[in-house]
Design a protein around this ligand. Sequence first.
Ligand SMILES: [Zn+2]
Length: 333
Amino acid sequence: MRLCSRPYGGRGWVGQNAPMNLPTQLTAVPGTDDLFLWAPEGTGLWGYANCLWVISGSEAAVIDTPYDGPMTEAMIAAARPRLGDRTVGTVVNTHANGDHTFGNYLFPGAEIIATRAADEHLDDEPTPQEMHALVRQSSADAPLGRYLREHFGVFDFASAQLTAPTLTFSEQHTFAVGDTEVELHEVGPAHHVGDLVVRIGDVVCTGDVFFHGDHPPHWAGPLQNVIDACELVLGFDPRVVIPGHGRPTDRAGLEEHLLYLRTVQREIRLRFEAGLSAEKAMDDLFREEFYPHLGRPERLMIVIAVEYSHLGGRVSTPTVLELAGQAAAWSYR
Ligand SMILES: [Zn+2]
């Protein structure tokens, strides 16, 4: 299933991480009259997340906000014809990563909902200003600096303002947008410490427990929690599954991804038990082709390092920057 309409107008992006196109209009989710998707196209990219709009009666909500101000403004402009004179009363953040939250500041007055865990770990996330400094000030000769420039240099972090949740919950929370009921289910720690998935009838937004078309970077883990989150979504018997990144799909698309996750989990455990270091496990995994149709293989370095820390019984997982540094180093070897 393809929910994105073509062609989208671009906005003069430069750099390796430039998307194919950005949506200039929202696309109705098939079979619904209140759900609309803003889904940047392209795989192998960092930072271009899917955002779902709920527009019902006189109210509107948006699930996740883009990575920087210009992209968020482009999304709001794309939504304007559907939005009419409504204002967005609720923003949901599926987790605290900036590519799902940095655009919050362009929804003044909105209730911003996230899990309590996501809110409590907000300090572990780089702020927009820290990302701006990291991308521009870290050494271009070091793998992490080079990687950040190549993959994150396209974003305008300087303009964004960190805007924290105004309402947090644990386990479950339900709210209404006009006549539409929106269920939030906490599933973290999985991709991130504070993940949630969103269920609206038979449509589910998974956040980043599901990347469609790329290898995922899972920062919190263990992988079993990511698998459990995907199982929970399948238990909802969804008709439409909207991943955090990549093309919307259906139940079968998520089932296929679950098989991949179980394979990754098994292959990591085998190498851990054989005494390989995380770096050696990564090299060994990619000695032969490993899901070559999926983009950004270096992200599995992050998944392996996090899984190794759980398998080794460590109390805390490596930091985001440590993990990103390992992935960058592997990608240039
Ligand atoms: Zn994301």
